[in-house]
Design a protein around this ligand. Structure first.
Ligand code: MLT
Ligand code: MN
Ligand code: ZN
Length: 276
């Protein structure tokens, strides 16, 4: 199994264009850049899938040799996209994939509904490409030998979709390599660590966790803007670390960092990090 982080930041990226908070200033000074959360996965190194499609998808694909087109004129190793939320930072990259001859997208009914009614991305895209939109089941087998299990971890609707009915708004995915049995869990939006989530990560080799905020009050401390991590549907790192520590056989790392989060270290991924 191959797993590459294409983008390691939350919505807005880091630095954020209109933000002069201390970590953003620091990022500008040092040239440290994080693009928005998207991960590329493959079972065989040939057939690749994206976990979400953020606004930076074009530059992320160009920076990833494994995703280069060929040998046919419009052949691409990209076989599809799996959405874990309907948030703009996870979905508007689909519009930048409209040149695809065919585009396969897997999403829950709630996410699909938001992208059909509140924000009609799906019908827009269908005018540009042969769009193959599929309902994501609890278990799915992908080309290249990856088995995907899905767990609903949150009920937060995107702001543009307030009032859209449904469940399955925020998912975690567990990808298992059919040959080796090795597993990777992707959970960059995790509001709370439930027993079900604990069982979901149990025995996984690698987990990419929600690293949006280091602490619950980070946004206000850094920018003076209102909003707690809990209120925004993101379990802060200080609160997930003790849970992670109960799984010593699993490596936990953090992605989807907000620009206010200056945390660094071995357990924070960067753009281009190979998890497997
Ligand atoms: C989130 O992760 O909570 C959302 O992407 C927030 C946003 O940028 O709208
Ligand atoms: Mn986000
Ligand atoms: Zn900032």
């Amino acid at each position: 199994m191959r797993v590459r982080v294409l983008g390691s930041a939350a919505g807005g990226g880091s630095p954020q264009w209109n933000c002069a908070c201390p970590p953003c200033r620091d990022a500008r000074r040092t040239g440290r850049n994080r693009t928005q959360d998207t991960v590329a996965v493959s079972g065989d190194g040939t057939a690749w899938f994206l976990l979400n499609a953020g606004p930076d998808i074009r530059s992320q694909i160009l920076a990833t040799p494994e995703l280069a087109p060929g040998p046919g004129l419009r052949d691409t190793p990209l076989r599809g996209v799996l959405l874990t939320t309907a948030e703009l930072d996870h979905t508007i990259g689909l519009l930048s994939l409209r040149e695809a001859v065919r585009l396969t997208v897997h999403a829950t009914p709630a996410v699909s509904a938001a992208l059909q009614t509140a924000f009609p991305l799906r019908s827009m895209l269908a005018q540009y490409t042969d769009l193959d939109w599929r309902e994501m089941p609890e278990r799915l087998e992908l080309d290249g030998g990856l088995i995907v299990d899905r767990l609903t971890v949150g009920a937060k609707r995107p702001r543009y979709a307030t009032g859209t009915p449904g469940e399955g708004w925020v998912s975690a995915l567990r990808l298992s390599d059919r040959r080796t049995g090795s597993s990777f869990v992707y959970a960059t939006c995790l509001p709370v660590w439930t027993d079900a989530f604990d069982a979901f990560v149990d025995g996984a080799a690698e987990v990419l966790l929600d690293g949006t905020f280091a602490t619950d009050d980070e946004l206000t401390v850094m920018t003076g803007r209102p909003g707690s991590a809990a209120g925004m549907g993101h379990l802060p790192i200080v609160d997930s670390r003790p849970h992670a520590a109960r799984h010593p056989g699993t490596r936990f790392r953090y992605g989807h960092l907000n620009n206010t989060n200056a945390m660094a270290g071995d357990d924070v991924v960067s753009d281009g990090t190979d998890i497997f």
